[in-house]
Write a protein that binds this ligand. Structure first.
Ligand SMILES: O=P(O)(O)OC[C@@H](O)[C@@H](O)c1c[nH]c2ccccc12
Length: 320
């Protein structure tokens, strides 16, 4: 994700910072090898590619004698594992949200609408969403009110879906975040109307540790401003639900994004989006990525539902 000037995200790396980070990582790797060697461990963990190009530092002299060839099969396996793990860690919600796009929601029911889709097959729906151009999937896991489950999420992940998966759970305890990770979630929802700042801060740290993204959802200006003050926030979602009346009003997004808050990016608008006009309205208000459930999940062909919602085929929008 490119840092946005003046946004809450400009702490993210620029080019020299990224180089410095690479050098730090490499030096750390060398140091870890030293420590390991002092404990009799012969397998080197340093990247087989050697130090970054412009590196000048205390380990430089080693290069003259060391080849980049693994010394034995275990070392070869470990070096390969290093690349493999780095690639796996790359699948991130943040990477997918750079472009205008869709997060498509998999849910059978909702408290306000009752059952939305009778013949509910979460894997088929998820696959159709992915094919139809969704950048990410949002999967409800609540049983009682949404008739969904963590098993759905796990089944979708195991079916080979490549999109990152946002776990739509009502998180009240950090344990749920670990659980979601074990089931295959790449991101989790945190609701500002439910969680105090300190909990959000703590949970965001856990997400970072687990390499998950946290989508923090706000309903009004007070929640929005609270969340902007919390360190480490990367994704903010606006819920167009008026918590007082429980009515959906897509003007909430527009009002919230007037003035300074409009500089924050990326943002996700939801719920209550049904037509190309709704999408245009919300995107004009400053939201790149939209999160949509009901209007597409209830279509017998969810791919067609996406085309109708956007008024165009968006299957070429996703990065894969
Ligand atoms: O189905 P809709 O109206 O397109 O909305 C999707 C999503 O925004 C909604 O399900 C939602 C928004 N915030 C939530 C928090 C928890 C559970 C669900 C939600």
């Amino acid at each position: 994700m490119e840092p946005q000037d003046g946004s809450a995200f400009n702490a993210l790396s620029s080019e020299p910072k990224a180089n410095a980070l690479k050098i730090n990582e490499w030096e750390l790797g060398m140091f870890q090898d030293e420590v390991a060697a002092s404990q009799g461990i012969r397998i080197r963990r340093r990247p087989s590619s050697g130090p970054p190009m412009d590196y000048v530092g205390p380990f430089e002299f080693r290069l003259q004698n060391e080849s980049n060839t693994p010394r034995n099969i275990l070392e070869e396996i470990i070096w390969h594992k290093d690349t493999e793990v780095a690639q796996l860690k790359e699948r991130s919600l943040m990477n997918e949200l750079d472009l205008p796009g869709l997060i498509a929601e998999v849910k059978k029911a909702s408290p306000s609408r009752g059952v939305i889709r009778e013949d509910f097959d979460p894997v088929k729906i998820a696959q159709a969403y992915e094919k139809g151009g969704a950048a990410c999937l949002s999967v409800l896991t609540d049983k009682k009110y949404f008739q969904c489950s963590f098993e759905n999420l796990e089944a979708i992940r195991n079916a080979g879906v490549k999109c990152p998966i946002l776990c739509k759970e009502f998180v009240i305890d950090a344990w749920q975040i670990y659980y979601a990770r074990t089931k295959g979630a790449d991101a989790i929802l945190l609701i500002a109307a439910v969680l105090p700042d300190l909990d959000i801060k703590f949970m965001i740290k856990i997400c970072k540790m687990l390499r998950m993204a946290a989508l923090v959802e706000v309903h009004d200006a007070r929640e929005f401003d609270r969340v902007l003050g919390i360190e480490g926030i990367e994704l903010i979602g606006i819920n167009n639900l008026n918590l007082g009346t429980f009515e959906v009003d897509i003007c909430i997004t527009k009002k919230l994004l007037e003035g300074e808050r409009g500089k924050i990016n990326p943002l996700l608008g939801s719920p209550g989006l049904f037509t190309p006009d709704d999408i245009a309205y919300i995107q004009e208000a400053g939201v790149k990525t939209v999160l949509v459930g009901e209007s597409i999940v209830k279509q017998s062909d969810p791919g067609k539902g996406i085309r109708n919602l956007f008024g165009q085929d968006i299957s070429s929008w996703s990065s894969d």
